[in-house]
Structures are given as structure tokens and as C-alpha cells.
Write a protein that binds this ligand. Structure first.
Ligand SMILES: [Zn+2]
Length: 432
């Protein structure tokens, strides 16, 4: 069950509690809401003699979505889970449009910012802005969660497969077999190596099989050089022929080529690893193969947060995921740095950017507006978009509404660069 984070009156993290207990503490006025997302309460009185168990934060960083799970290793409970959507593509588009606008301005010999020629060196460990934003999103959430839960260790998926295990099956004594850890590592390797395409018909398949190029019946080994990714149909058709006899002699040479390092190493994940290690906490790394192996052995469905909970060798033998509703977090960015909007030809239109705060409100604040007079009478809960005249837009689960004055708005959650979606936290709070 998704738990509620609990802070002591000194704002130190305590063990998370069940929603029912949080509700009781809140109605008895023994605790107050500290933060809406993630839902965190703060006790009014220090607890007596409680032991805080260390939790493990587990992550599966992806290019679009990062799964996160807080797991109690001792009990196997998934205490809290979230799925964080990144905005890499938006960052890229914003930078592309800025570059195009500047270029067209220079070309037209109108007023423009001088090109800068001394800003072309890149510091060591530089990442493209779209990737850097991903790394920062994850680090922000690691730091936040450390404030609300007693995180003692971190696990995250660093690489897709364990090359050591794959390349030396003889040394480690693990034979390739479907369903074993080595088997899953091999599958991950082959998927990447053959680029999710059948080695014979070059089609994407729904059901992948591992094909022995020289069949096992004729003395073919389980060495990675003898394995190819195949669809079910081709594997059946090939039977006990070699790839050459089947009419695909190039597969022999292809399988012998090692997978390029670049394909296996993900710069974002390595940058993240460096940063996590610098935090001085034990960091366990896992492989994509092991994540899938852990998940299938525990018969869990596929989801980003479940993958996160299955990362690494430390995964408890049984994971309790029942009742866990992941918090859906979307990175939004905080401001636009563009001072003035431009039309399709790059000419400035409208007025210069207004103030970022109007009557104490900021675009992105979550509010509850009860409008009693005027045009949009009703109750609206959602994210606010400010306007200088004080009449705001609100967008939420109900849709969107315009022209709601600031005086009707009450804060739920101040803008922190992310938007959130879940039903549970809002229902928990007594006054929402
Ligand atoms: Zn095929």
C-alpha cells in the first residue's frame, strides 16, 4: 500500500505510515499536512521510542520516464512509488527554436545579440541540455525523498546487461538458459545487438527467440558469438541448419562482431551514477537483464515503478506491490527565459514578458478556487496560470477555466517545477 511520509516535529524523517493512520492523526490534530506531493505529514509531538527502519530508494532511469520505488528490504513492502516524466524533447525544441530565431535575425541585419565566440568550450562531463535536465530531475527527487523518508541505500539500473556474465559463461559456470539470470542478460544483449530486429527476416517480432547459429544438435555452444536474435517463424523454419545453410551467411560474421560500447553505455545513467555516488550513500547498480529476471520470477506486471522496485541483486524474495498507486510526476520547468514572444518570421510580437508573480501567485501553483460571484461560478482544483490583471486560468481534472480572480484561490501546493496526478493524496487531506 502506498504509504504516507511522516516527519518528526524537528523535520526528521520517521517510518512512513498507512493512509488510515495518517487520516486519524490529522483528524485528531496530532499531525498536520507538511506537503501535498509527495503526501507528507508532520507530527505535533515527538514520538516516543520509535525505531526508524532504513529504506531503499530504487530507480529505473529511462529516456522519457523514470520509475521510482521506495522499498523496505526487511519486509519486501513497496512503501511508495512514482513515475517521473522528463521534458527532454521540450528542452530540445526550445533550444532549436531559439537558435533558428537568432540565426534569422542575424541574417536580416536587424537588431540582434552578437554571436559569442568564447563560449564554445565544454566542461568535462558536459551533457546536452535535454539529457542534463533528465539527470537534474532525478537528482531533485532523490534529494526530496531523502528529506521525507529515511533512505539508507540507493539501487539503480546502470547498464542493460552484464557483459562479464555473458562473455565468460564457462568461467562463471552459468549455462545460457531461458528463464535464468544469464538467460535474461543474454536476451538484453541480443535485443540491443540486433537492434530489435530478427537476424534473418529483419522484422520486429512480438515473440523473440534466441537462435543458435550453429545448432546445439550439431555441437553449437552457448557462447554469445553463436547466438542471434530471431523471430519465432524464422527460428522454426531454420530448424537444425546453420545460418549459412539457411541462406544468411552474413549472420556468422555479424554475430562475431562485439557490440559497440557506445550502444551499451548510456551517458545519462553514468552521469547519474557519478552524482549519486558523490552523495556518500551506498549505491547498488543493477542490469536491465536482472530487472526483467526479478520481475518475471515474482510474476509482476510491467510498469516503470515495478521495474524500479525490481532493480538489483538486493531485491527481496517477495515484493508486496498490492494497493500501491504510483504518483505521476511530470517535469514542467519553471520559467520561460524568452523575454518576448516572436511570430513565425522571428519578429517580436506582443508585450515583453510580465512579472512571474502576481498577487503572490506563480504560474504552476496548485490551487483550490471557490468562485461565488461573477462568470465561472464553481469550485476548481488545478494548476494556475497567472495574468497581470489578477484574473487567472486554472487547468485541472475538470478541464480549464478562465477569468478566476486571485482572491478566490487558496493554495494546495506551491509550484516546484513539477505537476502531479493521483487521486489518493487529495482525498486524504481533510479540507481538500
Ligand atoms: Zn524472422
Amino acid at each position: 500500500m502506498q504509504r504516507v511520509f511522516v516527519l518528526s516535529p524537528q523535520k526528521e524523517p520517521l517510518s512512513p505510515c498507512r493512509p488510515a493512520r495518517a487520516r486519524w492523526l490529522l483528524t485528531q490534530r496530532k499531525a498536520a499536512v507538511w506537503r501535498r506531493y509527495p503526501f507528507t505529514i508532520i507530527l505535533q509531538q515527538p514520538p516516543s521510542g520509535t525505531v526508524v527502519n532504513p529504506l531503499r530508494l530504487k530507480m529505473d532511469p529511462g529516456s522519457k520516464t523514470t520509475g521510482m520505488a521506495v522499498v523496505n528490504d526487511a519486509t519486501g513492502d513497496v512503501v511508495w512509488a512514482a513515475e517521473l516524466s522528463h521534458r527532454g524533447q521540450q528542452v530540445k525544441e526550445a533550444l532549436d527554436s531559439r537558435r533558428a530565431t537568432r540565426r534569422s535575425r542575424r541574417h536580416r541585419h536587424t537588431r540582434y545579440r552578437q554571436p559569442r565566440f568564447n563560449n564554445r568550450t565544454r566542461p568535462q562531463g558536459w551533457l546536452p541540455p535535454s539529457l542534463a535536465s533528465r539527470v537534474r530531475n532525478v537528482m531533485t527527487w532523490v534529494e526530496r525523498l531523502r528529506r521525507y523518508a529515511s533512505i539508507g541505500a540507493i539501487s539503480f539500473e546502470l547498464v542493460r546487461f552484464d557483459l562479464q556474465l555473458i562473455e565468460h559463461p564457462d568461467i562463471t559456470g552459468i549455462e545460457y538458459q531461458q528463464g535464468t539470470l544469464a538467460g535474461w542478460e543474454v536476451r538484453e544483449y541480443l535485443l540491443l545487438k540486433w537492434n530489435y530486429r530478427c537476424a534473418y527476416c529483419h522484422q520486429e517480432a512480438t515473440r523473440w527467440e534466441v537462435d543458435h547459429i550453429l545448432p546445439r544438435s550439431r555441437g553449437g555452444t552457448d557462447r554469445i558469438k553463436n547466438l542471434a536474435l530471431s523471430c519465432h517463424a524464422c527460428n522454426q523454419e531454420k530448424g537444425d541448419r546453420t545460418a549459412g545453410e539457411y541462406g544468411h551467411p552474413h549472420v556468422h560474421a555479424e554475430a562475431g562482431k562485439p557490440l559497440k560500447d557506445a550502444a551499451a553505455v548510456n551517458s545519462t545513467r553514468w552521469a547519474l551514477y557519478e552524482r549519486l555516488r558523490r552523495m556518500g550513500m551506498p549505491v547498488e547498480t543493477g542490469t536491465g537483464g536482472r530487472t526483467k529476471w526479478n520481475r518475471t520470477r515474482r510474476e509482476l506486471p510491467k510498469a516503470h515503478w515495478i521495474d524500479a522496485a525490481c532493480v538489483g541483486a538486493s531485491t527481496p524474495a517477495s515484493l508486496t506491490t498490492r494497493g500501491v498507486v504510483p504518483l505521476v510526476i511530470t517535469a514542467r520547468g519553471r520559467h520561460s527565459r524568452q523575454m518576448r514572444k516572436v511570430d513565425t518570421h522571428g519578429f517580436p510580437v506582443g508585450k515583453a514578458k510580465g512579472p512571474s508573480t502576481v498577487l503572490g501567485w506563480h504560474t504552476g501553483d496548485m490551487v483550490r478556487a471557490v468562485v461565488t460571484k461573477g462568470q465561472p461560478v464553481g469550485t476548481y482544483v488545478g494548476r494556475v496560470a497567472i495574468k497581470t490583471d489578477g484574473y487567472f486560468k486554472i487547468a485541472g481534472a475538470f478541464g480549464r477555466v478562465e477569468g478566476v480572480h486571485a482572491r478566490y484561490c487558496a493554495p494546495i501546493h506551491r509550484d516546484d517545477g513539477y505537476s502531479y496526478a493521483d487521486g489518493k493524496a487529495a482525498a486524504l487531506a481533510p479540507h481538500a
